[in-house]
Design a protein around this ligand. Structure first.
Ligand SMILES: Cc1cc2nc3c(=O)[nH]c(=O)nc-3n(C[C@H](O)[C@H](O)[C@H](O)COP(=O)(O)O)c2cc1C
Length: 130
């Protein structure tokens, strides 16, 4: 499963100003991106966040940031993307729930930073395995 991330509307407010309810209520998928790059600061925040996401099942979900050019990634349903985030879970009971819970936390955190995302399902070549 892969998720695309890039800057969304500049009118989005920063994480300090948005509470979780507001983040959930306002978040929507973004499929057309404006080519503004994610800043290094925001990338560091997201990478640090995704290393520490917990879920109620205690199942580890491992995330990987993927540059679309370096990894030759694209999707017919989104435009203007620079980055993808992939994740994997061990194949155990409730792994799907753990995966969805953890990834949704990341999606919501990205939104709080003003970064739009959309969930897309995908398969990756073994060369990308992590
Ligand atoms: C796990 C998951 C996988 C998805 N995979 C795709 C996909 O491969 N292609 C696609 O067009 N939409 C996919 N979607 C739907 C979009 O990410 C999105 O949820 C949908 O466009 C509705 O937008 P909204 O979240 O703003 O309501 C997927 C959604 C989820 C939750």
């Amino acid at each position: 499963m892969i998720m695309w991330a890039s800057k969304a509307s500049p009118s989005l407010r920063s994480d300090e100003l948005m509470d979780i309810r507001e983040i959930i209520m306002t978040r929507k998928s973004v499929r057309t991106f404006d080519k503004r790059k994610i800043t290094l600061e925001d990338k560091e925040k997201l990478c640090s966040f995704m290393e520490n996401i917990e879920n109620p099942y205690g199942i580890p979900v491992k995330f990987l940031w993927l540059d679309s050019d370096e990894n030759n990634l694209s999707s017919p349903v989104i435009k203007g993307e620079d980055d993808y985030i992939a994740a994997k879970v061990p194949k155990v009971e409730h792994c799907e729930e753990a995966y969805g819970y953890s990834f949704e936390k990341l999606v919501l955190y990205a939104w709080s930073l003003g970064i739009g995302t959309t969930w897309i399902g995908g398969t990756m070549k073994r060369a990308h395995s992590f």
